[in-house]
Ligand binder design. Structure first.
Ligand SMILES: Cc1cc2nc3c(=O)[nH]c(=O)nc-3n(C[C@H](O)[C@H](O)[C@H](O)COP(=O)(O)O)c2cc1C
Length: 203
């Protein structure tokens, strides 16, 4: 059975639109593609810490030169990166905060973009180590950023596409739950329509 990794980061609980549409997405995905082995990382229940000095001091040390202390320091990064490596599909469900990702999601990214795990380091620079994965990004925003005058203010979707591509995840499909500050219901209706579109073609 294929594995799906679900990342949740809205703190709004049952009021969260990203969580609500993600539930719809998971149902639609299941009826279209069948069961998945689901790994859930809720970054509100278990927020990854900001990177420490020890972490950044250890992350570029080649694995065969690391001390047991360094391994221990990097263990959460290794665990989170392992979940990404194991997943055939990744779902990131996120609100937009201040035009970009919430800091809990950024902290998760800082752990999983890990040398020797998700990208390689060498004389010619970094290279992606992941391939063949699909990322579904389900993002909720008060304003409208997929079209119109505020496209250039969206530092969430281009950033996620870039940083996932940096690790080798090139197939990124986005559901925008947008304009919810002005017309919540319309934002939800449009998001549900996009779910159908991004589930094709089959992965
Ligand atoms: C701290 C904070 C910052 C926000 N920043 C933005 C923003 O920059 N642009 C925007 O369109 N909406 C912004 N919003 C609105 C949220 O993106 C919107 O309410 C969304 O539905 C939140 O997702 P959720 O319902 O899944 O929690 C912000 C909300 C909060 C609480």
């Amino acid at each position: 059975m294929k594995t799906m990794l679900l990342i949740q980061c809205s703190p709004a609980g049952t009021h969260s639109l990203s969580r609500q549409i993600t539930t719809d997405f998971l149902h639609a995905h299941k009826s279209r593609h069948g069961d998945r082995n689901l790994i859930i990382r809720d970054l509100v229940q278990n927020p990854p810490p900001h990177l420490s000095g020890e972490f950044v001091g250890a992350m570029f040390v080649p694995p065969n030169q690391r001390s047991p202390q360094m391994e221990q320091t990097l263990s959460l990064g290794a665990e989170l990166a392992e979940e990404v490596k194991k997943a055939d599909e990744i779902v990131i469900s996120a609100p937009m905060y201040n035009r970009t990702v919430p800091s809990s999601l950024k902290a998760w990214i800082d752990h999983v973009v890990l040398p020797y795990e998700t990208f390689s380091v060498g004389a010619t620079g970094p290279a992606p180590l992941l391939k063949g994965k699909t990322l579904y990004l389900i993002c909720a925003t008060g304003g409208v950023y997929s079209t119109g005058p505020k496209v250039s203010e969206d530092f969430l979707t281009p950033y996620i596409k870039f940083i996932m591509g940096f690790m080798g995840i090139k197939d990124v499909r986005v559901v925008f739950i947008e304009g919810v500050a002005f017309d919540r219901e319309q934002g939800l209706i449009r998001a549900k329509e996009q779910i159908k579109t991004i589930l094709e073609p089959a992965v």
